[in-house]
Design a protein around this ligand. Structure first.
Ligand code: NCD
Ligand code: ZN
Length: 346
């Protein structure tokens, strides 16, 4: 029997589109299925001011394929020099939907991030006042902390103190990867949300390291033990409104992934919706997929759900290109390592 699942058009609440030829190459992969996405600001140089965000938004809109209906939701990259008044104006005009906190050095293009949290106090207080969410890359950068523990340590050392010091600050824990992340997200009220990527529902750290090193499974935060993957699955598919989709689809050309010092990032824009249908079906939760991909995140960001629907159909084996050929070079599409039978009708 053919199965169909019709849901509101989804949103991606954490997406890397890059710029130039890469933007041109990867944007159609997201715009095909998603109505909106929170656009990460970690360009080189980063998107810091409202002026930067407006210019980047224009470049994204110019790169859209003809006829595509896609709205980029812009973010600002928080630096120690960020001006609270500029942030407030960018929010008031509707241009900017969140501010992104990268601890300096935590991940790709994060060298302009925050070292001294006392320097961003005024911005965080302004954000709490106006209700503008802070998207947090939750990993400490202390080299003495094991890379697999960096998320849990960040929660205790950085995130919880920031939230206690800034009552009312709305926070999205981005791409959580641990049971500690799930538990902390659950401990918050309506001012705390968390995104989970598609790939962290599918891989654990063995996929990266067992039987040969597999650079296309390497991302940050790095995939953890199996018990953490299971905690993430329960969170994503369990129907709690605080959890929602942020793919963290993060394209890098193959030459920089398959490298002695390979870049972090999994590219999942192309097949995310099919993979999620597979995961939600495995968990007996297909009826909860729409909340996760299309309702919970919009509600957190105080946006209306999208008009229109997409339909997923379970049929013969699903296929997608192994690589997207961009003007910047080939980008490998995330391989779940198992057959998928869900298709998005287009
Ligand atoms: C992201 C990137 O490539 O920009 N990489 C990743 O592994 N997720 C940065 C990030 O979100 O940490
Ligand atoms: Zn990211």
């Amino acid at each position: 029997m053919t199965q169909h699942l019709t849901i509101r058009r989804p949103d991606d609440f954490h997406l890397h589109l890059r710029d130039g030829a890469m933007l041109q190459g990867v944007l159609p992969e997201t715009a095909r299925h998603f109505a909106r996405a929170i656009i990460m600001p970690n360009l080189v140089p980063p998107v810091v001011t409202s002026k930067d965000a407006a210019a980047y938004r224009d470049r994204i809109l110019a790169a859209l394929p003809d006829g595509a209906r896609f709205e980029p939701l812009m973010t600002l990259y928080l630096t120690e020099g960020t001006d609270p008044a500029d942030v407030a104006a960018a929010h008031a005009s509707g241009l900017v939907k969140a501010v992104k906190l990268y601890p300096a050095g935590a991940t790709t293009n994060s060298s302009s991030g925050v070292r001294d949290f006392s320097k961003v106090r005024a911005v965080l207080e302004k954000m709490a006042e106006i209700g503008l969410p802070l998207c947090v890359h939750g990993e400490v950068v202390d080299p003495s902390v094991d890379i697999f523990d960096r998320e849990a340590v960040f929660i205790d050392r950085v995130l919880d103190p920031i939230r206690r010091a800034t009552p009312g600050l709305r926070v999205v824990m981005e791409h959580i990867t641990t049971e500690e992340g799930v538990a902390y997200a659950r401990s918050g009220g309506g001012d705390l949300g968390a995104t989970i990527t598609t790939h962290h529902l599918i891989i654990n750290r063995n996929h990266i390291l067992a039987g040969g090193i597999r650079p296309h499974y390497y991302c940050l935060p790095v995939a953890k033990r199996e018990k953490h993957r299971l905690a993430l699955r329960a969170a994503a598919t369990g129907g709690e409104t605080r959890f929602f989709l942020g793919t963290d689809s993060a394209p890098h050309v193959d030459a920089l992934k398959e490298h002695a010092c390979g870049c972090a990032g999994c590219f999942t824009a192309t097949n995310t919706m099919a993979l999620l249908a597979h995961v939600f079906e495995e968990e007996g939760a297909l009826d909860r997929m729409e909340a996760y991909t299309s309702l919970n995140g919009a509600a957190f960001y105080r946006l209306p759900p999208n008009d229109g629907t997409i339909t997923l159909t379970k049929a013969g084996p699903a296929e997608w290109p192994a690589k997207i050929l961009t003007g910047a070079g080939p980008v490998t599409v995330f391989d779940p390592g198992f057959p998928v039978h869900w298709h998005v009708e287009t």
